[in-house]
Design a protein around this ligand. Structure first.
Ligand SMILES: C[S@@+](CC[C@H](N)C(=O)[O-])C[C@H]1O[C@@H](n2cnc3c(N)ncnc32)[C@H](O)[C@@H]1O
Length: 266
């Protein structure tokens, strides 16, 4: 288990869909030859394939998809989602070990909300593998370190600092790059000669999005507390209490910064 529940992925999906840069995705899809296989790494419950498939269908394109993940429960959820669609195949692989095997037969590669989990070493390996195969990449929804609460709170920077410290824990790929990862991947791909575009794809979580705000407060508060140093723990607990009160009063909103990255080869 990697710890991402199908419920959490379902909760975030509408925010992902609203945040994604569809123009970038269309440019990526235009590079995939008809019938070509798009490999989705860390595909979870199928949100990224679902969105890309819908965009391809709008252009009258029918591509094939390989859904790769190492979490059996999420694979089962995705199999149910795409039941009866023979354009979607599935592979259970640990991408820390079997990245190159996952790319076998690919015409293009995509991933969503994966890159902020991986290490600098894995990013270098990923960029080299894509360059060697000249594979286009669309890597969407990588957290980029921006967390903008409204109203602002004096302890927001303390919470963000501790949260980012927690993010760089090893998630199975070596110490994660967290908020720096989209920019590191962009740089690594350009060093191999890729042409890249980075675009903001921010979650906009309004006061009315109570369930998502609750999940964000819970997840961020818990991660920040886990990584707290010295008296940060006390500041984070007091922050969580204030934020919970504001959420209950419908007086809290949040923007979470993400990056969508498109890479191609001349
Ligand atoms: C934040 S979730 C994103 C899921 C999906 N791409 C989406 O956007 O909804 C990260 C995904 O990466 C997968 N993952 C994490 N480590 C992995 C590994 N070592 N090998 C394969 N998949 C992995 C998790 O199981 C999870 O589905």
């Amino acid at each position: 288990m990697t710890g991402f529940s199908a419920d959490w992925l379902a909760l975030r999906e509408p925010f992902d869909v609203a945040a994604r840069d569809d123009a970038l995705a269309r440019a990526f899809l235009a590079r995939v030859p008809e019938g070509g296989r798009v490999v989705d790494l860390g595909a979870g419950a199928g949100s990224n394939i679902g969105r890309l498939r819908a965009l391809a269908a709008q252009e009258g394109r029918r591509l094939s998809w390989l859904h790769v993940d190492d979490d059996e429960a999420l694979l089962a959820t995705a199999r149910r989602r795409f039941a009866g669609d023979d354009a979607v195949a599935f592979a259970r692989l640990d991408l820390a070990a079997a990245l190159e095997a996952a790319l076998d037969g690919a015409a293009a590669v995509t991933c969503a909300a994966l890159v902020d989990l991986v290490s600098g070493e894995w990013i270098a390996r990923f960029a080299a593998a894509l360059a060697a195969r000249r594979l286009p990449l669309l890597a969407v929804l990588t957290y980029d370190g921006r967390m903008e609460w409204t109203p602002a709170d004096a302890s927001d920077p303390v919470v963000a600092r501790a949260f980012h410290r927690d993010m760089v824990r090893d998630k199975g790929f070596g110490a994660a790059l967290g908020p720096d990862s989209a920019f590191a991947l962009d740089e690594a791909l350009r060093a191999h000669g890729a042409t890249t575009t980075l675009r903001d794809s921010d979650w906009r979580i309004a006061a009315a999005d109570e369930a998502m705000l609750g999940a964000m407060l819970g997840g961020i508060g818990e991660a920040a507390s886990r990584a707290a140093r010295g008296d940060e723990g006390r500041a984070i607990a007091a922050w969580a209490t204030r934020r919970a009160r504001q959420r209950a009063a419908g007086a809290l909103s949040l923007v979470v910064g993400h990056q969508d990255l498109d890479a191609s080869w001349r």
